[in-house]
Each structure stands twice: as C-alpha cells, then as structure tokens.
Design a protein around this ligand. Structure first.
Ligand code: SF4
Length: 220
C-alpha cells in the first residue's frame, strides 16, 4: 500500500477510520450522569478498566450523590476504593472535591475546564474526559497511550500529554476529538504497545504511521 501523507486532515481521518473499523464501537461517546462520570474518572486514574468498574459500583452504591460523598467517612471510603491505585490519595481528594462542589456549585459538576482543574486531584486528562463524557463537549482526553501513539504516528513531536493535547487540537479535525481517546486506548493495549516493541506488522494504520515506515525501527 502506498504511503500517505502523515499529517494532513485526510491522513488523520484515515487513521481514525482505520482504528474505528478495528475496534468497533469503541470510539463512540456514551454520555453519563456528571457526578458518576467525575467520580469514576478519578477512580480510573492509573487503574485498569475492570477494577474501575467494580470499584465505582461499590462507591456509587454507598455514596449515590455529591452530598453523601462529601459526608463520607474517609476510612470507610478507603475500604470501598480497594482495587483503585493510589486510593490513599484519592479517598481524601474525593471527599474534598465533593465538599467544594457542594458548597460552591450546589452539588453540580461544572462544565468548565478551569473550574474542573481547580478541584483537588483533577488534571487536564480527567477534566477533558468529564467534559466529553458528562457534557458532550469537543475536547481531547490525552492519556499515556494517546501521547505515545500520536508521537509514533508523526502527528506531534511532544514530551508530555499536555503538549500533545495542544498539538492535536491543531492537527485533528474537531469532530474526531471526543471519541479519539477510547480508540487510542484500545490500540495502545492491543497493538501499539508500551514497554515492548509495537506490533507494527499487525497494525491497521501502519501505512499512515511515521514509525511504522522506518526500516530500522524495532518491529514485530
Ligand atoms: S505502525 Fe506501529 S508504531 Fe505505528 S501506530 Fe501501528 S503499531 Fe503503532
């Protein structure tokens, strides 16, 4: 197959369509209730998907809304968070976050990036995920998978996920932003691996990938 131009809107769209076809249904955005999206996104930080789902179900059964989470007993919450990484930090942060949202926003989750970033334990990745999955906003949620793959594709040359987010806002058509995280997450887990050579010979988007075209690149 001919090598396409790496960083054009058409090339970017071809990659996203290739990923969407490979990981069917994984690029769609399913909206959730803002309280649950926010809390489960915090629980998901550095935590596997299966654990996130199980822990979130336990937490929501005990604390179904912002008021109950703000009033939570920290020790009890830490027990429920078992399975979520860094729970000792997340527990008090979740309570502090719920307390702030209750006092300042009447228990609502704000649909504003700066207001979200002002909350304890909320970085750009979490804030953007909340904007996408709770409020259907156009945003790019850049995690380590997306940062790594965007650099391998040659779309960006960046050192941090925050830099990648800004660079992708220029490179990626807006209608592709919201669903991109789920597709890159799947691709990073299945083929474009971290901590091991990416499986380029099995990659559906290799014709559009800078790394995938390098003859000297380590590939298998
Ligand atoms: S060709 Fe290789 S480096 Fe490029 S996206 Fe595919 S697996 Fe990743």
């Amino acid at each position: 197959m001919a090598i396409e131009t790496m960083v054009t809107p058409g090339g970017v769209r071809a990659v996203m369509e290739g990923l969407a076809a490979t990981y069917r249904g994984r690029g769609s955005v399913e909206l959730g209730e803002p309280y649950r999206v926010l809390v489960s996104t915090v629980i998901s930080q550095r935590t596997r998907e299966e654990q996130t789902t199980a822990v979130s179900q336990r937490v929501f059964a005990r604390y179904p809304d912002m008021a109950s989470l703000a009033a939570a007993d920290e020790k009890e919450l830490l027990v429920l968070l078992a399975g979520s990484e860094y729970r000792e930090a997340k527990g008090p942060r979740l309570i502090a976050m719920a307390t702030i949202l209750l006092e300042k926003y009447g228990g609502r989750v704000p649909d504003d990036i700066d207001a979200l970033l002002a909350l304890p334990g909320i970085g750009r990745k979490t804030a953007n995920c909340v904007l996408i999955y709770a409020f259907n906003r156009e945003a790019i949620c850049v995690d380590t998978h997306m940062h790594k793959i965007a650099n391998r594709l040659g779309w960006v040359t960046t050192k941090t996920p925050e830099q990648t987010e800004k660079a992708l806002e220029v490179v990626m058509p807006r209608d592709l932003w919201a669903g991109s995280n789920r597709l890159f997450l799947q691709h990073g887990r299945a083929i474009c691996l971290s901590g091991a050579p990416p499986l380029c010979s099995r990659c559906p988007v290799r014709p559009w990938c800078a790394y995938g075209q390098e003859p000297t690149a380590r590939k298998r």
